[in-house]
Design a protein. Structure first.
Length: 209
């Protein structure tokens, strides 16, 4: 089982604090989601392999390093995961984008899938699944299961806020998936919302609260 990465960078923690504030506008919320995702993506891509190349600067030829042909795909879990796409693609503009649509049944609290569209060459790609909130873990577990059926090179999961219950469920269901999150919160409440959390990420991103 891979140990989850919990971010402790001051910039990330500062932006998470602003994200939690109920008075943060939808515009500011979207900007913070994008910024935090970019900072988290920096960590999630730290192990990309590189190769040595020769380039010519305005002064002289030199040897330098670049990413060694590794192909990435970002797969947001709809709808809240869409808020993380821009921040990830700004860092890796060549990445392909897939989409998985899930919603939580308000009675059973279980994820219900309604859409799945992944890049045709997913078998050649390393996938990073995006979802701002890891609450019960049900949606993440189901989404990763769907992606695994298509045989990608590897899968990572990146969120902003995680509950201990969801993190435990995800790492037990998919021990081979590295999890990255910006903050690990206290618990889930009786309605399966993360405490203290930041409310409904989708509603706050799209202004539908």
């Amino acid at each position: 089982m891979l140990k989850p990465f919990i971010a402790d960078h001051p910039l990330i923690q500062h932006k998470v604090t602003l994200l939690r504030d109920r008075n943060t506008s939808s515009k500011q919320f979207r900007e913070l989601i994008r910024e935090i995702t970019g900072l988290m993506c920096y960590e999630a891509t730290r192990d990309l392999p590189t190769c040595e190349v020769t380039v010519e600067t305005p002064i002289a030829k030199t040897k330098s390093r670049k990413i060694a042909g590794r192909k990435l795909a970002f797969v947001p879990i709809l709808r809240a995961g869409l808020g993380m796409v821009d921040g990830a693609v700004e860092l890796v503009p060549s990445a392909r984008i897939g989409h998985i649509g899930l919603y939580r049944d308000e009675t059973t609290m279980k994820p219900v899938e309604y859409y799945c569209k992944l890049p045709g060459d997913i078998g050649e790609r390393d996938v990073i699944v995006l979802d701002p909130m890891l609450a019960t873990g049900g949606s993440a577990i189901d989404a990763i299961g769907q992606i695994k059926q298509r045989g990608p090179r590897s899968i990572k999961f990146m969120c902003i806020i995680a509950a201990p219950e969801g993190l435990k469920a995800l790492t037990e269901a998919h021990p081979d998936v590295q999890v990255y999150c910006a903050a690990l919160d206290e618990c889930l409440n009786e309605n399966c919302y993360i405490v203290p959390g930041l409310g409904d990420a989708g509603d706050r991103i799209f202004g539908t609260k």
